[in-house]
Design a protein around this ligand. Structure first.
Ligand code: DAH
Length: 337
């Protein structure tokens, strides 16, 4: 490299850190630097040329030193102004980490509990057709849940609606998989309801489904007992006869919550029992509609609302709190699990 080229390189150099600047200094002025190396070659230079050679070396040395001084100056004044990359218009103070939403915490915990006993997670579309949301689930044509008041239909295609429950995923799974089937389907559902402290038109459910040869009502009860113990730490449940079009027989599940304090009285309405889910043996009509032979297979299903469980778990009195995403509320939930 000629002296001219070296001078150009020095001129063009810039550093964004003290380390880079030091590397530059060592490259030229260090003990094993370029200038030392060049100085050592002076003995090979024609004696008449040695003076000029020495001057050129000095020019290089000065250029390097000047460059270093300029860059050092620039760095220290930049540091005083807050350093490179610091935006002085940014609000001061520490950045706060967000927290997980209570609905997500509960969903994840429910998923983990069922995954431990061999259930896997299934999903389905939120915009669903009449078949998967109603017909295949044995809803009669004139069932009130199909009514315009409960269901958000899609205006352009009355066969499509926002799913009113995650039971629709049962049908999709049975249509596409062979038993044994063990799934839970968490997800968002929609109902055309007036919003109040206890109801909201968007909420979340977890559906469960277990299909195999010889699955009994006792298997269902044990599975739910296991869940109640794992999730609530409660060992006593009861099943009350109920009705759902897609299960026969059907039941409503209550967990014994206790009556130890005022909150227990409030959330159990003084009974000590808390309703946690609906369940039942999958109706043979549903198995048939989904392509599974009811003479060979049987199974159970259950469904629960995540918000309701989160409200009990965290002592939240108004379901709307879970949808407003008020930072002050979410902060209180941080680490509340
Ligand atoms: N789909 C029901 C609902 O939205 C919940 C439910 C009840 C699901 C009983 C089930 C079941 O699978 O067996 O209210």
């Amino acid at each position: 490299m000629s002296q001219e080229e070296l001078l150009k390189e020095i001129e063009a150099f810039s550093a964004s850190s003290a380390e880079e600047l030091e590397a530059f200094r060592l490259k030229f002025l260090g003990k094993k630097g370029l200038i030392k190396d060049l100085s050592a070659t002076i003995k090979d230079v024609e004696p008449s040329e040695r003076k000029a050679f020495g001057q050129r070396l000095n020019q290089l040395k000065t250029a390097v030193q000047e460059k270093i001084d300029v860059l050092k100056d620039a760095m220290s004044s930049n540091e005083q102004a807050g350093g490179p990359g610091v935006d002085p218009t940014r609000p001061s103070g520490e950045e706060e980490l967000g927290s997980e939403h209570p609905v997500s915490m509960v969903r994840r915990e429910i998923e983990a509990i069922f995954q431990r006993i061999g259930f896997s997670i299934a999903e389905g579309p939120e915009i669903e057709d009449d078949w998967h949301n109603f017909s295949a689930l044995n809803f009669p044509e004139e069932h009130p849940a199909r009514d315009m008041q409960d269901t958000f239909f899609i205006e352009k295609n009355p066969d499509m609606a926002l799913r009113t429950h995650t039971s629709s995923v049962q049908v999709r799974v049975m249509e596409s998989q062979k038993p044994p089937i063990r799934i839970i389907a968490p997800g968002r559902v929609y109902r055309n309801e007036a919003i109040s402290s206890r109801s909201h038109c968007i909420f979340h459910q977890v559906e469960g489904l277990y299909i195999d040869k010889g699955v009994s009502f006792a298997d269902m009860k044990q599975t739910i007992e296991y869940f109640a113990k794992a999730f609530f730490g409660k060992t006593k449940i009861r099943l009350r006869p109920s009705y759902f079009p897609f299960t026969e027989p059907s039941a409503e599940v209550d967990v014994y919550w206790g009556l130890e304090n005022e909150t227990d009285y409030r959330i159990t309405k003084g009974t000590g029992w808390l309703e946690i889910m609906g369940c039942g043996m999958v109706d043979p009509n549903v198995l048939k509609a989904s392509g599974i032979d009811p003479d060979v297979y049987s199974g159970f299903a259950f469904g629960m609302g995540i918000e309701r469980i989160a409200m009990n778990r965290f002592g939240i009195g108004d379901i709307r709190m879970l949808f407003e995403n008020d930072i002050r509320f979410l902060k209180q939930m941080k680490g509340a699990w």
